[in-house]
Design a protein around this ligand. Structure first.
Ligand SMILES: O=C(CO)COP(=O)(O)O
Length: 271
């Protein structure tokens, strides 16, 4: 299904009452999360290198620190590049100095927002409930949340990976709009370490994520995009993208090199 050239939207509707429609192909995405790195020069260089690389087949999303969203928007105008925020408030407004709402992100051209990144969970003590509330706030404003989940090294060592992923997903499926989210499997032990999950490890986790979601809605589970994040680079990307349940990548450090991000994107395009 992932790589089929035809989606349900391009086939003529099947009138037979007892035949399920063919689900649309999953959206494939490469997202470059700069975290708290970058500057105006990187905005210019990244858009210059990537603007002509993007095709409709795979989304390419730049996720700079919030102060640079306006600059990316200006530079990327008229291209197929999309933009994401790294964080968003769960509220639609109010007395919350230093926060911003999903509506504001939508207004300045963000199509996505990352929620529940392990660095937010660790340094800002964000929990599963708050992450789910942020995801719903995004959906209410017409933004697609990229919901990060993943286990720590200690949890992995104690064979708790499935337990942790299951808990994180249980909270997610309680929001009404969960079928519209993008999930990013980001094992904490792989983030910033240079040790990515192997393709088989990523595939096993992604299949488990889909199986968990299928307990609530099998059709939605088959259609949701599940990205892998954690030390993705231009050398390991193609093997990860070859896995049937890996629909793209959330790239950290390597996205600070526009050339590396371009090569990762090209690997996604060829998968
Ligand atoms: O956290 C990540 C992306 O959100 C992954 O970061 P790295 O690619 O630097 O490991």
């Amino acid at each position: 299904m992932k790589k089929g050239p035809l989606s349900a939207f391009t086939r003529s509707p099947n009138k037979a009452a007892n035949v399920l429609p063919i689900p649309p192909a999953r959206q494939r995405l490469v997202i470059g999360n700069w975290k708290m790195h970058g500057d105006l020069d990187l905005c210019l260089e990244t858009v210059s290198v990537l603007a002509d690389v993007v095709t409709p087949q795979v989304g390419l999303v730049l996720c700079p620190p919030a102060p640079y969203l306006g600059e990316i928007r200006r530079l990327a105008q008229g291209t197929r590049l999309d933009m994401s925020a790294q964080n968003v408030a769960e509220l639609s407004g109010g007395e919350r100095t230093g926060e911003w709402s999903a509506r504001m992100l939508a207004e300045v051209g963000c199509r996505y927002a990352i929620v529940g990144h392990s660095e937010r969970r660790r340094h800002h003590l964000e929990c599963d409930q708050l992450t789910a509330a942020k995801a719903q706030a995004c959906l209410n404003a017409g933004i697609t949340p990229v919901v990060c989940i993943g286990e720590s090294q200690l949890e992995r060592d104690n064979l708790l990976t499935e337990h942790i992923l299951g808990r994180q997903l249980r909270h997610l499926v309680q929001i009404p709009g969960w079928r519209e989210v993008v999930v990013a499997y980001e094992p904490v032990w792989a983030i910033g370490t240079g040790h990515a999950a192997t393709p088989d490890e990523a595939q096993a986790a992604h299949a488990f994520i889909r199986a968990c979601l299928a307990q609530t809605d099998p059709v939605a589970a088959a259609q949701i995009s599940v990205l892998y994040g954690g030390s993705v680079n231009e050398h390991n990307a193609a093997a990860l993208f070859a896995m049937p349940d890996v629909d793209g990548a959330l790239v950290g450090r390597a996205s600070l090199s526009p050339q590396a991000l371009s090569r990762i994107y090209t690997a996604a395009l060829r998968s």
